[in-house]
Design a protein around this ligand. Sequence first.
Ligand SMILES: C[S@@+](CC[C@H](N)C(=O)[O-])C[C@H]1O[C@@H](n2cnc3c(N)ncnc32)[C@H](O)[C@@H]1O
Length: 215
Amino acid sequence: MPCNCCEITDSQFDESRAKDDITDYRKIGPAKQTKLILEAVRYLQLKNASLLDVGGGIGAIYHELMQDVVSNVIHVDASSAYLKVAKEESVKRGKVDFIKFIHADFTDVEKEIEKTDIVTLDRVVCCYPDYRALLTAAGKHSKRALVMTYPRETWYFKITLGIINFFQKLSRDPFRVFIHPVYQMESLLNILGFSRTSTKRLFVWEMSLYEKEAI
Ligand SMILES: C[S@@+](CC[C@H](N)C(=O)[O-])C[C@H]1O[C@@H](n2cnc3c(N)ncnc32)[C@H](O)[C@@H]1O
């Protein structure tokens, strides 16, 4: 479904970026922050789980997790180039029949999408202005856990992102990057019934695992 978010992200995450990402993935495997998500999901010791990967890019998370933890996947992405590459890789791996690919802004289509055991957002909240809408929709779709990575909320990254956004504006590119307040993202997920059970940090990225509290 075409949307404003898709137009913006389609031009940002285009074919050449998707090709570069899949080439890197085939050469060296998942990126460091993606590995943190994989570790967190594996820590839950699930089998035959369902996964909703919002903004999954080339699909590294599920290409990996379909080897041992996940049996079916929904990949919603605002980038058609990423979806195309993710689908090609899934065909190569013989898993394409177990994956639904949806080209959309997740917040626009969330009502049509079923709940899954796990929801992942790897470097996605930082591409989206309305983190409340995105995380509320993501949280409502998770039966068991939500795992995400986002930039660390430090003064030096805030300045860096300010500079990046300034040049984006100067070049009339509508795409922006965001450091959303970690405390507020956590409060929102707490209201939706999740508790943070693990956080790990790299230089730029932070990973948090949120597990659904037993009712
Ligand atoms: C920086 S890329 C990260 C891709 C991949 N998760 C990774 O870490 O390599 C951000 C991704 O989020 C997607 N995205 C951002 N906002 C979205 C939204 N509201 N709905 C669906 N996809 C979204 C973009 O299309 C893009 O694929």
